[in-house]
Design a protein around this ligand. Structure first.
Ligand code: 4NP
Length: 159
């Protein structure tokens, strides 16, 4: 397996306690399942808001991941300008995340900034905020990030 051109990926949502730690955990799990750990030197997540900085993932997000055999370990942090230097891909959940990120993206940044849903083969572009909804929202998010994780690896021609 090649260790050339390692890839770094950051997932971003609003609070960094529901969707993006789930996306981080599911993507890391998918990378492991495909024996691609050497290709990804950094997989992380962050939020555009600071309300939950330092918090562990929302119980509903963590328990949905655990129910599917995916380990979650994260402490919420806010996205920074430096993330645009440190990560090749910055993948967010909804249009509001995308416009917030575009506002802070330094000019000349080479990071690929996209909706993670662009990699969903079923074309569900938006990964909706599940915070004020029920558990079914988290299950739905889980299916979306699972499909998009495989879609991203396929687009990189790694699977
Ligand atoms: P996330 O969900 O952006 O997927 O982490 C949310 C978490 C917290 C809040 C909103 C969305 N909040 O308003 O506190």
């Amino acid at each position: 397996m090649s260790t050339e051109n390692p890839i770094t990926v950051l997932f971003v949502c609003l609070g960094n306690i529901c969707r993006s730690p789930m996306a981080e955990a599911v993507f890391a799990h998918t990378v492991k399942q495909n024996n691609l750990q050497d290709r990804f030197t950094k997989i992380d997540s962050a939020g555009t808001a600071s309300y939950h900085v330092g918090s562990v993932p929302d119980n509903r997000s963590a328990s949905t991941c655990k129910a599917h055999g995916v380990a979650v370990k994260h402490k919420a942090r806010k996205v920074t300008k430096k993330d645009f230097e440190d990560f090749d891909y910055i993948l967010c959940m909804d249009e509001s995340n995308l416009s917030d990120l575009k506002r802070i993206q330094p000019s000349g940044s080479k990071a690929v900034l996209k909706l993670f849903g662009e990699y969903d083969p079923q074309g569900e572009l938006i990964i909706e905020d599940p915070y004020y909804g029920g558990n079914d929202g988290f299950e739905h998010n889980f299916r979306q990030v699972t499909r998009a994780s495989e879609g991203l690896l396929k687009s990189l021609k790694l699977i």
